[in-house]
Design a protein around this ligand. Structure first.
Ligand code: HEM
Ligand SMILES: *[C@@H]1O[C@H](CO)[C@@H](O)[C@H](O)[C@H]1NC(C)=O
Ligand SMILES: *[C@@H]1O[C@H](CO)[C@@H](O)[C@H](O)[C@H]1NC(C)=O
Length: 320
């Protein structure tokens, strides 16, 4: 009988189903009953790895970014290539560049020992990124978890979805917009370049050919990055010349004094719409920290696999 009350009940049920399926969401307490030890286990491992090599904190943070920007935060970047499977590790932005996979393996192994088959590699990466920032003196936040792991990866998507250091501001903005992230998220997340290193090949054109660069800084960088393509391509330089192992707002101070290492970095302070935000972050680390945390949480929300989608990988390098 289609009485008004029945119609109301039907509408309510339909609505509940829609809400229910779209709210297969991440939460900070997902593992509270399933694996209460997980946060302590990851933190201890990340702390150890960063103590052994401070750059590792940068490398783990970047892995999370490169995971999330390619079909969501689903651990796809962690899958190894095989004879019959092409993953993302040899995509243009990752090849000879993405690092820290052994550390993720070790963290996953220790998590498997305390709660076998429960915690996804995607979540291990998300928590490791937060703990890396904290280990290098940056802000902390509660990480949303409950992601599951992809059974697939996409080299093509990794090639096209991760922004390149040659991008101008408008392409950086659209690359982040394609992920549902704002201009503010772009600027705040770029502050991650306050830690870590880049290879000569990624900044050569900038230090030899660009004019919006401090002269002392470019000469300094040229000393270990030869002009000729092919020589010294893998020589490293810190993305933040002052404090490359401290998560602070030094990146933005560099931009204001035209010491951005990558072309894409300096685009954020080059007379355009993002100048004022860069200036404000350069003057207030608390504003930067708050916006960085909010943006990290938004980035971590990109297209997670939840419910019955995906799987909990046993070994982050291969599907079960
Ligand atoms: C805005 C667009 C971005 C571009 C064009 C870009 C590009 C790059 C490039 C070219 C490198 C050097 C890689 C190498 O030479 O091997 C690098 C390093 C790094 N990036 Fe980005 N990046 C961007 C945004 C981000 C974001 C959003 C994060 C994290 C939230 C991030 C975190 C890092 C870190 C921590 C490193 C140093 C890694 C290490 O030392 O191992 N980047 N990035
Ligand atoms: C991704 O880029 C790399 C390096 O430029 C290239 O060798 C590879 O063929 C590309 N893969 C796809 C699927 O487009
Ligand atoms: C600088 O620009 C010139 C002219 O476009 C180009 O031929 C040269 O390869 C560039 N040099 C570097 C180091 O990128």
């Amino acid at each position: 009988m289609a009485s008004p009350a029945n119609i109301l009940v039907a509408l309510f049920l339909a609505f509940a189903i829609v809400i229910g399926s779209s709210s297969a969401q991440l939460s900070t307490n997902f593992y509270d009953s399933r694996c209460p030890g997980i946060f302590a286990a990851v933190r201890a491992q990340v702390k150890g790895a960063v103590a052994r090599e401070p750059r590792m904190g940068a490398s783990l943070l970047r892995l999370f970014f490169h995971d999330c920007f390619v079909n969501g935060c689903d651990g796809s970047i962690l899958l190894d290539d095989t004879a019959t499977f092409t993953g993302e590790k040899n995509a243009a932005p990752n090849r000879n560049s993405a690092r820290g996979f052994e550390v993720i393996d070790a963290i996953k192994a220790s998590v498997e020992r305390i709660c076998p088959g429960i915690v996804s590699c995607a979540d291990v990466l998300a928590i490791s990124a937060r703990d890396s920032v904290v280990a290098l003196g940056g802000p902390s936040w509660n990480v949303k978890v409950g992601r599951r792991d992809a059974r697939t990866a996409s080299q093509a998507a990794a090639n096209t979805s991760i922004p390149a250091p040659t991008f101008d501001l408008n392409r950086l903005i659209s690359s982040f917009q394609a992920q549902g992230l704002s201009v503010k998220d772009l600027v705040a997340l770029s502050g991650a370049h306050t830690i870590g290193q880049a290879r000569c090949t990624t900044f050569r054109a900038r230090i030899y050919n660009e004019t919006n660069i401090d002269g002392f800084f470019s000469r300094n960088r040229q000393a270990r990055c030869p002009r000729i393509s092919g020589s010294g391509d893998n020589n490293l330089a810190p993305l933040d010349i002052q404090t490359p192992t401290s998560f602070d707002n030094g990146y933005f101070k560099n931009l204001v004094s035209k010491r951005g290492l990558l072309h894409s970095d300096q685009q954020l302070f080059n007379g355009g719409s993002t100048d004022s935000l860069v200036r404000s972050y350069s003057q207030s680390s608390s504003t930067f920290n708050a916006d960085f945390v909010a943006a990290m949480i938004r980035m971590g929300d990109i297209k997670p696999l939840t419910g019955n989608n995906g799987e909990i990988r046993k070994n982050c390098r291969r599907v079960n």
